[in-house]
Write a protein of this length. Structure first.
Length: 308
């Protein structure tokens, strides 16, 4: 069983075309399938028509599920809803804007048949605007350099993977963007295939300048989670240590000038800056120690549960 999960928001023009071509391709591949459509709070009133229309693909058949969020919760929550209601051992993530081509599915399944657990698409002829392309390229370089990411296009929404790779992965916020990286760090066998990226035919992209700004923080969060989640003191200790040393160095210089050159400290505002750096640095180090305690206690509790 293959479960194709398609989250969407206001895609009334695109969905009928996508569904028809997707069903045609899945039938051609002779795969048992289900298509799960997750409406993430669309306000175009199309979902009621989608449920009742007697289309060529028979949306009322057992091969289709239509799930509805009462309000817009985000793509991550929509994917989570789809996964929780899926039955397939192989899952497919696709976007609903017609930029992903169902004809590329054969490339993904070929890799799965070769023994790969997770196959990510990368867009060789990306049709997004210049700003998004620059951001995506910068993000890929950052992740490759700092996190050894093997992926060329981690933000591509077209993915095929075995259900088992979802173990221990929690969908929340925008962390779905780094799902491929999570799978890679869990030791699963990953690959990527080139996919054709069509220009958007209807509506407008949901990825704006605001999401671009948020994406920078998401990337930094991913760096911390996948690099230091098991050893937070390595992050907070280094950062706090550098800040503390800067503060300590300032205070040593001031003390030296006061003792040997009789320079009065009340005329040196930098004194307070040095004290501030020292205190902040120590607090950051203590945060790392608390993080280590949390990790230790969590591992200890999990071990007790396992032994029981």
């Amino acid at each position: 069983m293959i479960s194709v999960i398609i989250p969407f928001y206001n895609e009334k023009e695109s969905l009928p075309i996508l569904i028809e071509s997707l069903v045609l391709e899945l039938n051609r591949l002779k795969k048992e399938y289900e298509i799960i459509l997750v409406d993430d709070g669309s306000d175009d009133n199309y979902i009621s028509k989608l449920k009742t229309q007697n289309s060529k693909v028979q949306l009322k058949s057992k091969n289709f599920k239509i799930l509805i969020h009462k309000k817009r919760l985000g793509k991550g929550e929509a994917l989570k809803t789809g996964v929780e209601n899926s039955k397939g051992k192989i899952l497919v993530f696709m976007d609903a804007d017609l930029q992903d081509d169902p004809k590329d599915l054969v490339k993904f399944f070929k890799k799965i048949d070769e023994g790969y657990d997770f196959v990510n698409g990368y867009r060789v002829n990306r049709q997004d605007n210049f700003l998004i392309k620059i951001y995506s390229k910068a993000a890929s370089c950052f992740l490759r350099f700092f996190l050894n990411s093997p992926f060329s296009d981690i933000n591509c929404g077209f993915k095929v993977f075995k259900h088992q790779v979802l173990k221990d992965f929690v969908f929340y916020g925008n962390n779905f963007r780094f799902f491929p990286l999570f799978v890679f760090y869990q030791g699963f066998k990953v690959a990527e295939v080139p996919v054709f990226n069509h220009p958007r035919r209807f509506g407008k992209s949901k990825f704006g300048s605001k999401k671009l700004f948020i994406g920078i923080f998401d990337m930094l969060t991913a760096y911390f989670l996948y690099k230091f989640s098991e050893k937070p003191i390595h992050f907070f200790g280094i950062l706090g240590g550098i800040i503390s040393l800067c503060g300590f160095f300032i205070l040593v210089v001031l003390a030296y000038e006061r003792i040997f050159y009789n320079v009065l400290l009340y005329r040196r505002p930098i004194l307070w800056f040095g004290v501030l750096l020292l205190i902040v640095g120590v607090q950051i180090i203590l945060t790392g120690i608390i993080g280590e305690l949390i990790v230790y206690l969590n591992k200890k509790n999990n071990k007790k549960s396992f032994d029981f």
